[in-house]
Write a protein that binds this ligand. Structure first.
Ligand SMILES: Nc1ncnc2c1ncn2[C@@H]1O[C@H](COP(=O)(O)OP(=O)(O)OP(=O)(O)O)[C@@H](O)[C@H]1O
Ligand SMILES: [Mg+2]
Length: 500
């Protein structure tokens, strides 16, 4: 008889440096189900899953696979037990080809133990074809956008013979069209009896793909596992996660004025975006919609001086502006939050250094950096953004994903930034903290700043932007007023015939 659970975790306890982060968690996964694991930033979701994948060892508790006790020694052992994990942070090697990444450490050996590259390529192509994704297996991985890289990472795990796939925020860099591809894949594999543990902060996904739901708060499960998704409501899940209701998920205060801060005319980088024109007004949030490959992240990088423009003109506060390099941008009170937070953070440094790094005025006196001030300043923002850490000297590396993102936001706010370029600002940020980020956006625009907000999260885009610019394959296809705009209209302008 098949066991009811293919996987059980019983009474799992884990602490780091004396701080308990999992307090006796029970968790069971059935064959062929998508089990959603929800919880605020820092609730312990990734830690629980890393225990399963052999990255961490539990202080106590049992793991049962197919009813048999398993002592997961390390990630390789976990994989051998049939557990595949896609981590929250990407782990691809950017400099090698897609096919090498897929088969890394798992190459099919041909005769005489030579690596069978042709076989590997064929199988990879087959996997992509089956799933209906257009990825060239020979291309260098880094030449693909983060969203595609995230898909590659997922396929790498799925291509192995696994019974349970753990997806830790798999859609945080994906747009709706890619999410649909991923969901199609999940549904297909479910039919073959493969189980999924699915971690997300996007509640609409829970209802679309989830079968059962478990909520973690502060290292403990809240209530019992919700046995059928029909029993759940969005409000109910939020209450379980954060312990209170959130009245307004998108608390937008419009401060837009007719005065232009930045005018872009005919911008091109000759490769990823072409002839892009828009005006960003004082107090405005201009949302940017588009699919993976629409060129919007490269546009953001070019505005900040991280990519060269080959064409076009920018007027900033009434004067011609050439975005030569990031230091110039920072001097001019530009701020950039990139999609990949590893880009911008000093992971091995304390929170306070990360927050205060670009703010030296007021903290430096007679050549000394005033550490006390730095601490005070950092703590102010930690409170404001509800950054979950007991001390500002904690290393950013040890924070949960969402809390790292909050540190990335805090640093610019702290620097008095006037023109904020945000690429997926709430990537991996939980429902409660998202509201805090939106409140900060309101504060920036209320003080005469402006925000260019790239987002793949449709409700966010519609809820927070004043206007929405839609891009498709590097070109602007629509400029819409968000009040008169719908998700369908945006998708149509962003994807058109590519939706099927
Ligand atoms: N290696 C580590 N050293 C010290 N503390 C850690 C370590 N890994 C995680 N923690 C702490 O354990 C707690 C749970 O973190 P975890 O990453 O599991 O949260 P999460 O639920 O995945 O959050 P998020 O939604 O932000 O990804 C957090 O307080 C985090 O700071
Ligand atoms: Mg996590």
């Amino acid at each position: 008889m098949m066991a009811e659970y293919i996987l059980e975790m019983k009474d799992i306890v884990k602490s780091f440096y004396g701080v308990t982060v999992l307090r006796g968690v029970n968790f069971g996964v059935r064959p062929g189900e998508v089990h959603v694991l929800l919880g605020e930033n820092g609730a312990g979701k990734s830690t629980l899953m890393k225990i399963l994948s052999g990255v961490y060892k539990a202080d106590s508790g049992d793991i049962l696979i197919d009813g048999k006790k398993a002592d997961v020694r390390d990630p390789a052992h976990s994989l051998a037990l049939g557990i595949g994990m896609v981590y929250q942070e990407l782990s691809l090697v950017p400099e090698v080809s897609v096919v090498e990444n897929i088969w890394l450490g798992n190459l099919p050996a041909g005769k005489m133990k030579f690596i069978d590259w042709n076989g590997a390529k064929k199988r990879t192509k087959q996997i992509f074809d089956d799933l209906g994704v257009d990825i060239d297996v020979n291309r260098k991985t880094s030449s693909y956008d983060l969203g595609i890289q995230q898909l590659i990472e997922i396929f790498r795990v799925i291509s192995k013979e696994v019974k349970i796939v753990i997806l830790d925020e798999p859609t945080s860099s994906l747009t709706d069209v890619e999410v649909e591809k991923l969901f199609r894949t999940i549904r297909k594999l479910k039919k073959q009896g493969i189980s999924f543990v699915y971690i997300t902060h996007k509640l609409e996904e829970v209802f679309e793909i989830g079968d059962r739901v478990t909520v973690l708060r502060d290292g403990s499960t809240i209530g019992n596992t919700i046995e059928t998704i029909e029993e759940a409501t969005e409000d109910g899940l939020v209450r379980m996660m954060v312990g209170r209701t959130i009245d307004e998920q998108y608390p937008k205060i419009s401060s837009v004025t007719p005065e232009a801060i930045l005018e872009a005319r005919g911008l091109s980088d000759g490769k990823n975006f072409f002839d892009v024109s828009f005006t960003l007004h004082k107090g405005e949030v201009l949302g940017v919609a588009g699919l993976v490959g629409s060129g919007r992240s490269n546009l953001a990088r070019a505005l900040f001086g991280l990519r060269r423009l080959t064409d076009g003109e920018i007027t900033y506060r009434g004067e011609r502006y050439a975005p030569k390099n990031p230091s110039r941008a920072i001097e001019n009170r530009f701020g950039l939050i990139t999609k990949d937070r590893k880009d911008g953070l000093l992971l091995h440094m304390p929170i306070r250094t990360n927050i205060c790094i670009s703010k030296k005025e007021g903290l430096v006196k007679g050549g000394f950096c005033l550490r006390a001030n730095e601490k005070e300043e950092a703590e102010k923002y930690m409170r404001l953004l509800n950054i979950d850490a007991n001390s500002s000297s904690r290393k950013v590396r040890d924070l949960s994903g969402g809390n790292q993102q909050k540190v990335a936001v805090a640093r610019w706010i702290c620097n008095g930034t006037k023109l904020f370029i945000m690429d997926e600002p709430t990537r991996g940020v939980d429902v409660g903290a998202r509201v805090e980020v939106y409140n900060l956006i309101n504060e920036i625009t209320g003080n005469g700043g402006a925000v260019l907000m790239i987002s793949s999260d449709m409700p966010e885009l519609l809820g927070i932007s004043d206007n929405i610019m839609v891009m498709k394959r590097g070109r602007v296809t629509a400029m819409l007023e968000s009040g008169e705009c719908t998700q369908e209209l945006i998708l149509e302008k962003a994807a058109g015939s590519e939706m099927k």
